[in-house]
Design a protein around this ligand. Structure first.
Ligand SMILES: C[S@@+](CC[C@H](N)C(=O)[O-])C[C@H]1O[C@@H](n2cnc3c(N)ncnc32)[C@H](O)[C@@H]1O
Length: 741
């Protein structure tokens, strides 16, 4: 059993005065208690509210009066500050989850909804940073340290605020999720697959030196200076959820009690500051940055904030005390005392005093720098506007959040105009059911020299954005690789070590794409100019991905190896191996259907009831004749290949989720099958019929039986696996301490 104590931790944080003396014991007691289970309902608003209602109306009443071993167990409750009641918490032991029939059922529901991405288990405090970002569907957003992606998911949801229960909108903006660790970047891609988005990209770069990305000038923009010059892609919202020592996660990462030592924070300060400073140079003039850590250490928090503000005086901290009023928080610190060694020597009140104490010959070796200490202007920087979240205040982990914007005098006063530009660029067809509302947008793109030999930029560009001071260095960076047009098969390997496939956009009149659109009966509004393929030659061999217009222009204007682009847009259609004598058959992927659905001609969508769905869940390839009319005849009349069915819940079905469901089907000569993966099938079955009716579940049950003695089988069947936490903060705490001294 881990000893939940660490004398250095106590000595260090007492020296920082982070908690008033009279609260110290409450703080430490809270740190030693396990965290409640917290989760967020994800996905489009419609689905989220339906699931929220199911929890409130079905599960809470059942869980309201549970008595376990003589004690009343509290039911799940809303996290008080989370908007729209879409985040929940409950605090029960594993024993209760496994043995109380009511909680066991609730747990199964949560596990299955988590598997299909409708619920995301996430620590409450980790949900905070995206809430302070106010992301809108037209925003250009970057999450600089994104893996494993729980906050990325929240940002994506905000970008997709206009999605409906069955179909995805195509936002005009974009979200780039970046992480410097390639293994974790893959995790990020995997997690984000739950919310397929044409506006999503993943890069694998060091955020502290994130390169300038180019954006081609708009053909619709008639201003002379903008016409020929590509601009720098600046972001409206930037999240810096930086690597940190992670001691705010002590309640769930018990190993930190033993491992914690105060120099971890000192070592991370430099990288954290560089990431925040880099973000400041990538922001539009009226954009917003959120900086966060799950550390309590002022050297990783207020010291970083102060250093970045002092080197970028056009920025200020935003007072967000009126936002999320139910969130109990404490103000940022104005003063703190860095330690100079592992033994918590915090006796030096300033950097100068510390340096003077070193032998002259050793002064240059010091790994501590001036910004580890509080600056003289700490009050003037309004560090109190930072937010500190402590475990004993609302039974959470520890966390730190700071919100930055440019000072009003530095928000560029260039003409604010109702610009349809992004929307116009967004996608070709005006009838496309996407977000194309005219948006108030300041034009803040910094232009980048198009002529590769010219390292200077236009005066307009320098005037257009305060970040232009950074331009020369960035223009030089830009020169290090030539962007390519990604004509089929032609790429310039700016980073030969980067092995990801290129991203090649098909011509809208590509014969394969044409065949696909015809076969799937897609409407003319389908954005065929934004379809890309990923393979070495750029041929339309198998899968088609869809992006929005903005993502397309970023991909085309920047070398994919230089930006270490790991993912772009979302896979929507795949080619099925052709049977002998037949042409290739295309099918819409289950995960791509919400994206493609708005372009599927309504008259081609079949209708069936939940009885048919039950048959399809219970069998892999049920024969057409096993369905009732009129679905049976309709299906028999259809040609073999990909079809889409709308399942309408009837009055006879006893389901907790009374909404239409639209799913892809595959018809062979005499049978049909649901084209969704096993996990999604199981989750659907649980949600609709209260049990797992799928073939896979039956087969699993059969396989388990002979091998397992009866008593053991009883103990394991139906035992839901634990809800897995999406954010592996253990990883975060260990893997992220990269600059140990
Ligand atoms: C605190 S975690 C991010 C958690 C994530 N935002 C979430 O909500 O799931 C910090 C991440 O920063 C990444 N990282 C570390 N150094 C980095 C750097 N120089 N540039 C970009 N990412 C970095 C780590 O790989 C880690 O995934």
């Amino acid at each position: 059993m881990t000893r939940m104590d660490n004398h250095r931790f106590t000595a260090y944080y007492k020296a920082q005065n982070i908690i008033p003396d009279q609260e110290w014991d409450l703080f430490m007691d809270a740190l030693r208690r396990p965290l409640p289970t917290t989760f967020r309902i994800t996905g489009s608003r419609d689905i989220a509210h339906a699931l929220g209602d199911a929890i409130q109306q079905i599960y809470v009443p059942i869980l309201n009066n549970v008595v376990f071993e003589g004690e009343t167990v509290p039911p799940p409750a809303h996290i008080p500050w989370y908007p729209d009641g879409l985040a929940w918490q409950f605090n029960v032991s594993k024993k209760v989850l496994r043995r109380s029939p009511e909680f066991k059922k609730f747990h199964s529901f949560l596990v299955h909804e988590t598997e299909v991405g409708n619920i995301s288990r996430q620590e409450a405090v980790s949900m905070l940073p995206p809430l302070f970002m106010d992301v809108q569907p037209h925003h250009k957003v970057i999450d600089l340290c994104a893996a494993p992606g729980s906050k990325t998911a929240q940002l994506l949801e905000a970008l997709h605020a206009n999605d409906t229960a069955t179909s995805t909108s195509i936002p005009a903006g974009l979200l780039i999720a970046n992480d410097s660790d390639s293994r974790r970047s893959h995790l990020l891609i995997h997690q984000s697959a739950r919310l397929p988005s044409p506006a999503f990209m993943v890069t694998n770069l060091d955020a502290s030196i994130y390169p300038v990305l180019k954006l081609p000038s708009s053909p619709n923009d008639n201003r002379r200076a903008v016409k020929k010059t590509p601009s720098q892609l600046l972001f409206d919202r930037i999240l810096c959820d930086v690597p940190c020592s992670g001691d705010g996660t002590l309640r769930k990462n018990l190993g930190i009690w033993k491992r914690w030592q105060p120099m971890d924070g000192n070592g991370l300060h430099g990288l954290q500051t560089r990431i925040l400073q880099r973000a400041m140079r990538m922001l539009t003039s009226d954009g917003r940055i959120v900086y966060s850590t799950c550390s309590l250490n002022p050297v990783e928090n207020e010291a970083v904030v102060a250093a970045a503000l002092n080197s970028n005086p056009e920025f200020e901290l935003v007072d967000v005390s009126d936002q999320l009023p139910q969130l109990i928080r404490r103000p940022g610190l104005i003063t703190w005392s860095p330690t100079i060694d592992r033994n918590v020597n915090t006796s030096f009140s300033s950097y100068d005093a510390y340096i003077q104490s070193l032998p002259v010959g050793k002064r240059g070796d010091s790994k501590l720098i001036e910004t580890h200490w509080p600056p003289n202007n700490a009050e003037a920087l309004h560090l109190g506007r930072c937010m500190r979240i402590y475990p004993h205040l609302q039974d959470t982990g520890g966390f730190f959040v700071a919100v930055f914007e440019r000072k009003a005098s530095h928000k560029t006063a260039i003409s604010v105009h109702v610009s349809k530009r992004v929307a116009e660029d967004s996608d070709t067809a005006s009838s496309a059911p996407e977000t194309k509302k005219a948006k108030l947008e300041t034009n803040t793109q910094t232009q980048v020299a198009e002529d590769e030999s010219d390292t200077t930029t236009s005066r307009d560009a320098m005037d257009a954005d305060p970040s232009a001071s950074d331009e020369k260095q960035e223009a030089t960076e830009q020169h290090q690789s030539k962007p390519t047009a990604h004509a089929r098969g032609k790429t310039t390997p700016a980073d030969p070590s980067f092995k990801e496939m290129p991203y090649t956009f098909l011509q809208p009149d590509d014969p394969a794409l044409h065949a696909c659109i015809n076969q799937l009966n897609l409407a003319p509004s389908f954005p065929s100019s934004n379809v890309l393929v990923r393979n070495p030659t750029g041929e339309p061999v198998r899968s088609f991905y869809l992006t929005n217009a903005l993502v397309k222009s970023v991909v085309q204007a920047n070398d994919h190896t230089r930006m270490r682009l790991m993912a772009s847009g979302t896979k929507v259609i795949t080619k099925q191996e052709a049977a002998r004598g037949m042409d290739a058959q295309y099918r819409v992927l289950g995960e791509g259907l919400p994206v493609v659905l708005p372009y599927i001609k309504p008259e081609t969508i079949l209708h069936a009831d939940f009885g048919a769905l039950k048959v399809l869940l219970q069998n892999y390839y049920p024969l057409c004749v096993s369905f009732v009319e009129p679905f049976r005849s309709e299906m028999e009349e259809r040609a073999p290949g990909s079809h889409v069915v709308r399942f309408i819940p009837g009055t006879s079905t006893d389901t907790t989720f009374c909404r239409d469901l639209i799913l892809p089907l595959w018809k062979s000569n005499v049978s049909i099958s649901l084209m969704i993966d096993k996990k999604t099938k199981s989750a659907l079955s649980w949600r609709l019929f209260g049990e797992d009716l799928t073939v896979a579940a039956r087969e699993k049950g059969r396989k388990q039986k002979p091998a397992v003695p009866r008593a053991a089988a009883e103990a394991t069947t139906d035992e839901p696996k634990d809800l897995e936490d999406e954010e592996n903060d253990q990883d975060r705490a260990i893997g992220d301490v990269e600059e140990h001294e």
